[in-house]
Design a protein around this ligand. Structure first.
Ligand code: SAT
Ligand code: MN
Length: 587
């Protein structure tokens, strides 16, 4: 008798026609074997094994360097169930269109069967996925990013309780590239890309798009959030989850070395990208990190911005599309630490000269196990998850949003999340630096209609006896000359400390129309030289800017028609009214 997994593997092999099938066990021996093969065929380029044992460089096809949202689809039977913010095809049409691209796609190649667990091996909240892929780079990456191999097969047994994901590099032609999600049958198909979120199907495809759909069905949440613990001088740790769009500093915040370490405030990492959260029996919100590694943006990473990851990257890490020093074979990227001391080979494998553009691709990445970071929390694999006391939303905005504000309550907090916006980055293809609305940083990752997603958030709040406080931050506000006003990185702990003090009811706040900002003196600025005017500007709520913002969010919400919850409409109107009253007072 064959198992559901064996039947799906057979079926996929009949379609893709590989010359060989390998079931991955996740062992070191298997990983070493794959690394040797990849070194031989050029998929891996060896980095300096003396200074960085087990570290390799991978160069993806230059047309395949970021998530491609334009060819990413949510395939529900009804278009309206995918909603206005997702690309949609009917499941039938999508399969008809894309099946031919899988037909014979693995001829002459090896098909790897990659079973994996999302979440701690022994957590009741973890889930099993199986990716079929013809990319050994994907196999090696999945081994770092998830609990891959035998443990997953053991957990699955003969059950059909797994999310299948079929992946083939195809011919890497962008015209024949598709990332398809079938949330109703919990299935993923991806063809034509070998890059990150397009190809590591456990990451955005399962842990966010499919999982967000499952989470709504089952009453939990799958969110694009880092998870960190803030330790206070008494040793007590308070956990916070934060949603920022891709390449807006989630990894650096989660792994931060605190500027207030001497006064006893430390940050511990639980996760850097995705949080699965459920309501525990005591009515609190608890989170697990479904992932086991970090897939972080390399450029800008240095001793100041993320010292912990520098330590983590000393061994057993994969670097994708970074540059390399020509003689010592060290990975290199813009913002690593000044100018290179020797010749560079750029991310395309060419001898690099100034004027050729960046040597590392702006979306170049490192892939490394979470437990290689000195900042990893002792509780990061707790099967029941850790309790979340604060939810933080944030974006990259040169204007409008102050450094930090607190929402009035859960419903207002959901509205704050729903009105998030951020300037686009190199993490996805398309223009960089354009402000786009990105509710809860989930615009590219919500597996269903976002109007229903907002409703789900509201419903979760009504079931929480001990709901986390909700905040919004913006590390990226600039002055008139375009200079960043806030130093960021390790100094961000000051903002986290203010949140902790708000949770513990120790810090004062000033009420504004958009929410509560730190009262004068309540933000700990000890040892930080920041001009008074900068601080005023950082916390300023400009009625003109915010009136425009209200108009922009109103227009965005119109897209959802009657799927938009009334509560969001009510909050929108209430904000408009508060702004109007405040501008009357200031006049
Ligand atoms: O390419 S990924 O989706 O894995 C990274 C990101 O965009 O956040
Ligand atoms: Mn992400």
């Amino acid at each position: 008798m064959s198992t559901p997994l064996e039947r799906w593997v057979d079926e996929s092999a009949r379609l893709t026609k590989p010359s060989k099938i390998v079931w991955c066990d996740g062992s070191k021996a298997e990983n070493d074997r794959l690394a040797d093969e990849m070194l031989r065929d050029g998929t891996y380029i060896e980095l300096n094994q003396k200074t960085r044992p087990g570290c390799y460089l991978h160069r993806s096809n230059p047309n395949d360097v970021a998530r491609t949202e334009g060819i990413t689809y949510i395939c529900t039977r009804q278009k309206d169930d995918a909603g206005p913010t997702n690309n949609w095809m009917s499941p039938l049409e999508a399969k008809e269109k894309v099946r031919p691209l899988f037909d014979g796609a693995m001829k002459g190649r090896t098909m790897y069967v990659v079973p994996y667990i999302l979440g701690p091996v022994n957590s009741p909240f973890s889930k099993v996925g199986v990716e079929i892929t013809d990319s050994p780079y994907v196999v090696a990456s999945m081994r770092i990013m998830s609990r891959m191999g035998q443990a997953a097969l053991d957990r699955l047994g003969g059950s059909d309780d797994f999310v299948p994901g079929l992946h083939s590099l195809g011919d890497l032609n962008p015209d024949r590239r598709f990332v398809l999600h079938f949330p109703e049958e919990k299935l993923i198909w991806s063809v034509g890309s070998g890059y990150g979120g397009n190809a590591l199907l456990g990451k955005k495809c399962f842990a966010l798009r499919i999982a967000s759909y499952m989470a709504r069905e089952q009453g939990w949440m799958a969110e694009h959030m880092l998870i960190l613990g803030l330790e206070d001088p008494s040793g007590k740790v308070t956990y916070m989850a934060a949603a920022f769009p891709s390449a807006c500093g989630k990894t650096n915040l989660a792994m931060m070395v605190s500027a207030l370490e001497n006064s006893g405030y430390r940050v511990w990492t639980v996760g850097d990208d995705i949080a699965w959260m459920h309501i525990a029996s005591d009515g609190s919100l608890r989170a697990i990190n479904p992932e086991a590694g970090f897939f972080g943006v390399a450029p800008g990473t240095n001793a100041k911005t993320n010292p912990n990851v520098r330590t983590a990257l000393q061994h057993d890490a994969i670097f994708t599309n970074v540059a390399m020093t020509a003689t010592s074979r060290e990975p290199w990227w813009e913002g690593i630490n000044g100018l290179p001391q020797e010749e560079l080979i750029n991310w395309k494998g060419e001898a690099w000269k100034p004027g050729m553009g960046p040597a590392a691709h702006p979306n170049s990445r490192y892939t490394v196990s979470a437990n290689q970071s000195p900042s990893i929390s002792a509780h990061w694999e707790d099967p029941e998850g850790i309790p979340i006391s604060a939810i933080i939303f944030g974006g990259r905005r040169a204007r409008v949003a102050p450094l930090v504000y607190q929402s009035r309550d859960w419903q207002h907090g959901v509205f704050v999340g729903a009105t998030m916006a951020s300037e686009t980055t190199a993490a996805a293809t398309g223009a960089v630096g354009v402000t786009r609305r990105d509710p809860m940083a989930m615009i590219p990752f919500c597996g269903y209609n976002m109007g229903d997603y907002f409703r789900h958030w509201l419903e979760m709040g009504s079931r929480l006896e001990n709901a986390p406080k909700i905040f919004h931050v913006n590390w990226f506000r600039r002055d008139r000359s375009g200079k960043l006003l806030w130093p960021g990185y390790g100094e961000n702990v000051r903002v986290l400390k203010w949140m902790l003090d708000r949770i513990e009811e120790r810090a004062d706040a000033t009420e504004t129309p958009i929410g509560d900002v730190p009262a004068p003196g309540s933000l700990d600025l000890d040892g930080l030289a920041i001009p008074r005017e900068s601080l005023d500007e950082l916390l300023r709520v400009d009625p003109g800017d915010w009136t425009e913002e209200v108009a922009a969010t109103g227009k965005f919400f119109e897209k959802f028609g009657n799927r938009l919850p009334d509560e969001i409409r009510t909050e929108h109107k209430a904000l408009a009214d508060r702004l109007q009253r405040s501008s009357v007072v200031t006049k």
